[in-house]
Design a protein around this ligand. Structure first.
Ligand code: ADP
Ligand code: MG
Length: 718
């Protein structure tokens, strides 16, 4: 058997693993020996990171690990029962506290048992405390030995399933990993192994793969562990970047359309715009036009904060394409947005002789049939639409440019589907959710990126404030005074439930209450996702025209809607929204020379330390952080960075649909430098050897297919 395929055997080749354990391992994604070797510890315990209990008062609010013997246990509290377990080491003592699962925890410890606890140190009375810490039992001899000899103990991620079959975080897992290493470590081949002294490994000071895998599980020292981790992180980024480089190369070598860069219609539009383009808009337009002029298909991401003026840039590109005798399609996530773009584009292109069509889910069949006919006939035009554009019945005779607006709201497949409506159209994806640079490289590593990093000069700042229920009368008065000055307001309600019906009810109730009560002398409107699109459209139109003063809405208004006279946005239960969403929502106001206001209504309890459960406390802290971030900064990129540090990449907007790679070892928040290093290397190699045919690159080909599973195949296809 060749060495690498030995690693692809199922874990059951290990004596310690039978059918049941194999099943349990599968639940955490371990199907092969290789998966097992790459199942890296979540953290490590060792003497040097353990804090003696006498020092705990210096570690308040820090995350630490302590080791002690269980010396007491007490149920306390009248209204809210909690279990307090006292631990002792040679020097002092501390308490660990449980609020949930008391029946379990009451029985979980025996007197004098030695445990390691990891968590945040808080203070209760004068005693150091840890609430619901992570617990590792150190009863087995080996753990003692490890700790006492200064060794480092790996702790593995665990799950109920694994525990059930005796594969607990530490001892159980350590045993099977040891077995796997003993029998299979020598079968690990290094794809970066090279016989030349200036090979990749040498260039980046990487340890051999076999060493890295062995040391990540059994680190002989901290330095060895750092080296091992660095190597595995590099590999993950490198494999991803190689795939992106290859894909980019592939796109670029497909013959596409080389458009004539001069466009009388686009020029005419620039001349009649009521504003001059910003420097940043001109810069990205230039980048886009030079892409369009090349015969290789464009594959570009246009990033720009809300209100930075992406639409007009896209429109100019579309006009250029139409002037060349091709069709340009723009896909947006909602009908409201499609209709708004339609209005904008129709108004701006009036008299220029460019046909503009709308294609959405709900429209008269005869209109729809006419649009589809024109598209199939290949008549040069602009078409704006929703997912309706990618339905199988929609055929483009001459698609030259596909624009995807607010791309994070689309799945990977939907974006790919629009691209496939033509043989090799140019593709421009636009996003108003700025994301950190490292994330851009990971998610869109095979795209070229343009950034509009400047807002039009006439934008005033938006004032953002956090307000509580007791401020309600002032908030309502403020809305009233703005309306008196001819401005308009949004009142945004969060989605309150999984059920659309209930949300609808909540929004309707709020609307009725305000329309018949507080604001009965003003014109109040209601907008929500479940309204028929004609009605939505009508309401929106009336709001734009100023026939509605206050629009009560669910978050359907979030994406891209543009009403210059809307100056106030009140967001109810702002704590329930994510940062990106809050930023997007706020972008709806302050879109003209008028000063905008965003008022975040929330529960005062979020800002006070009431008696609440630890889970609630954690949630409150996160909510507070989100609201403060939004209040204190307008810069979308900084907000994105904050969101990234609060939640990590896994939870970021849209990363799920985008097929965000699940790294095993790498953490984008920590390893940005390694990412850049690996990426530069990968692109350099592919530039020199586009098909990885050189003998010294044989291992790399394998790396690109092995490290990620099939679902990665499409992940960066915009
Ligand atoms: P977004 O980038 O969020 O999609 P839009 O394209 O909707 O932003 O532009 C927001 C508003 O700014 C629109 O009303 C648009 O007409 C206007 N706008 C675009 N470019 C400029 C500019 N250079 N100067 C002034 N206003 C502009
Ligand atoms: Mg937009």
């Amino acid at each position: 058997m060749p060495t690498s395929s030995r690693l692809l055997q199922p874990p059951t080749v290990l004596p310690a693993i039978g059918k049941h354990r194999a099943k349990a391992l599968e639940t955490v994604g371990i199907r092969t020996i290789r998966d097992l070797l790459y199942y890296v510890p979540r953290r490590y315990l060792d003497r040097s990171t353990i804090v003696p209990m006498t020092d705990l008062h210096r570690c308040l609010n820090q995350n630490v690990t302590c080791i002690g013997r269980v010396s007491g246990m007490l149920l306390m509290g009248r209204t809210r029962l909690r279990l307090v377990v006292t631990l002792r080491d040679e020097h002092g003592s501390m308490d660990i506290v449980f609020f949930h699962g008391l029946p379990y925890w009451k029985e979980a410890f025996s007197h004098d048992e030695v445990i390691a606890v990891s968590g945040t140190i808080t203070q209760y009375g004068r005693r150091p405390n840890m609430v619901h810490p992570e617990i590792d039992r150190l009863q087995d001899e080996e753990s003692f030995e490890f700790i006492n000899t200064g060794g480092i103990i790996p702790v593995y991620p665990s799950s109920a399933e694994l525990e059930r079959v005796g594969l607990n975080r530490r001892a159980g897992f350590r045993r099977i990993i040891r077995e796997a290493l003993n029998r299979f470590a020598e079968a690990v081949e290094d794809p970066l192994e090279s016989h030349s002294p200036d090979g990749i490994r040498a260039r980046h000071a990487l340890v051999p793969l076999r060493t890295a895998i062995t040391h990540i599980h059994r680190p002989p020292s901290h330095e060895a562990l750092t080296d091992a981790r660095r190597r595995l992180v590099f590999d993950e980024f490198f494999a991803l970047a190689l795939r992106q480089a290859l894909r980019k190369r592939h796109t670029e070598s497909t013959p596409g359309i080389a458009f004539q860069p001069s466009s009388p219609t686009a020029r005419a539009l620039v001349e009649r715009l009521p504003f001059t383009l910003t420097r940043a808009q001109r810069k990205v337009l230039h980048e886009i036009i030079s892409d369009l002029a090349r015969s290789a298909p464009m594959n570009r991401l246009l990033q720009g904060d809300v209100g930075s003026g992406k639409t007009v840039v896209a429109l100019l590109a579309m006009l250029l394409v139409v002037d060349n005798g091709y069709q340009a399609a723009m896909m947006v996530p909602t009908e409201i947005l499609a209709e708004q773009h339609m209005r904008t584009v129709v108004k701006l292109t009036e008299g220029l002789g460019v046909p503009v069509h709308l294609l959405v889910g709900q429209q008269p069949p005869s209109y729809r049939a006419r649009v589809m006919e024109a598209l199939a006939a290949g008549i040069p035009c602009i078409v704006i639409g929703t997912h309706a554009l990618i339905e199988s019945g929609v055929v483009f005779g001459r698609l030259g440019l596909a624009v995807i607006d607010e791309q994070h709201r689309f799945g990977v497949l939907q974006r790919a589907a629009l691209r496939r409506k033509g043989p090799a159209p140019d593709v421009l994806v636009m996003t108003a959710t700025p994301i950190p640079r490292t994330l851009t490289m990971t998610l869109y590593g095979d795209l070229d990126v343009s950034v509009i990093d400047e807002l039009p000069a006439n934008r005033r700042n938006i004032t953002t404030a956090v307000r509580f229920e007791e401020d309600r009368p002032r908030v309502w008065n403020f809305i009233r005074s703005e309306v008196k000055r001819g401005n308009r307001a949004y009142i945004v309600l969060p989605l309150v439930s999984e059920s659309e019906k209930l949300d609808l009810k909540a929004a309707t109730q709020e609307y009725e209450m305000l329309a018949a009560g507080e604001f009965r002398d003003l014109r109040v409107g209601l907008l929500h996702g479940q309204m028929p699109s004609r009605e939505k459209d009508e309401t929106m139109e009336r709001f734009v025209r100023g026939e509605i003063d206050i629009l009560v809405t669910t978050s359907v208004v979030e994406v891209g809607v543009d009403v210059p006279d809307a100056t106030v946005m009140v967001i109810e239960h702002a704590e329930r929204f994510g940062l990106a969403q809050l930023h997007q929502l706020r972008g709806r106001v302050g879109r003209s020379e008028k000063q905008g206001y965003c008022i975040l209504m929330t529960d005062k309890r979020i800002f006070s330390r009431g008696k609440s459960t630890p889970d609630e406390q954690i949630e409150c802290r996160a909510a507070r952080l989100r609201l403060e971030t939004i209040r204190d900064t307008l810069d979308g990129f900084r907000i994105a960075e904050a969101d990234f540090t609060i939640r990590g990449p896994g939870d970021l907007w849209g990363t799920q649909q985008s097929g965000f790679p699940q790294f095993r070892v790498a953490d984008l928040r920590l390893h940005g430098d390694i990412l850049r290093e690996a990426r530069d290397e990968a692109f350099r190699i592919v530039a020199r050897d586009p098909h990885l045919r050189a003998p010294e690159h044989a291992g790399l080909r394998e790396l690109t297919v092995e490290t990620f599973r099939e679902d990665m195949e499409i992940s960066t296809t915009a």
